[in-house]
Write a protein that binds this ligand. Structure first.
Ligand code: SF4
Length: 215
């Protein structure tokens, strides 16, 4: 982190919350987001059907990492927690079609794009924390099992050891039940359903998303 550490206040700096949220939105753009917005926590769509998509058809990450279902926070837990929050910073990162599709030839670029999203989330969350919004937390995109530990046989956090990337890795938005497609479409940005059979020529662009729930 860089910059001043703000003292904790009971109202969590309500007087400069708006200014801070806009600073985090701008920071997301500086760090490589294609679009970023301040959104209300009540407008984050959490749907139990989203994590069903991790199971059917079964994703490689399902059950294989501490931040993926069924080990990640359940949508019902998140729905309850969000009732106590008001504001979040939501962003997307556009990715070229040939990078977003599951092709071994572009695996390095794909992992790098996902890592950028994790880094934006962790940087914004850290900024908010040191600004005194100490209950801020964030979610990234995809599975950290693939993005950070693809070269390893196991998720270390599931075998009783420390997560190899404790400060960077997080559940994805979708792993906790956030309907990312709906949320992106609702704010007027573009997103396309990209499954295992998608061909780059048929996709206008890939989209990764992240969110930091500030307070
Ligand atoms: S980063 Fe690696 S060790 Fe940490 S939770 Fe994800 S898969 Fe497990």
């Amino acid at each position: 982190m860089s910059g001043k550490i703000e003292k904790i206040t009971v109202d969590m700096h309500a007087d400069r919350l708006e200014e801070d949220l806009d600073r985090y939105r701008k920071k997301a753009m500086e760090l490589g987001a294609s679009n970023a917005l301040v959104v209300k926590a009540e407008d984050i769509p959490v749907d139990d059907r989203i994590t069903l998509k991790c199971r059917i058809p079964r994703c490689f990450g399902y059950g294989a990492g501490a931040h993926c279902p069924p080990h990640a926070m359940k949508p019902s837990e998140l729905r309850d927690i969000l009732k106590q929050y008001r504001w979040a910073v939501f962003f997307i990162k556009d990715v070229p079609p040939e990078v977003i599709v599951r092709d071994k030839a572009t695996i390095k670029e794909r992992v790098a794009a996902y890592r950028e999203v994790f880094k934006i989330v962790s940087d914004l969350e850290s900024m908010a924390f040191y600004d005194g919004h100490y209950l801020a937390f964030g979610f990234a995109a995809g599975s950290c099992r693939h993005t950070y530990c693809g070269e390893h046989k196991t998720c270390q956090a599931m075998t009783g050891d420390r997560c190899r990337f404790a400060l960077l890795s997080r559940p994805s938005m979708e792993a906790v039940g956030i309907d990312v497609y709906r949320m992106v479409a609702a704010v007027g940005w573009e997103i396309y359903p990209i499954g295992s059979s998608a061909k780059p020529a048929d996709i206008p662009k890939g989209t990764l998303a992240g969110i930091v729930i500030v307070q």
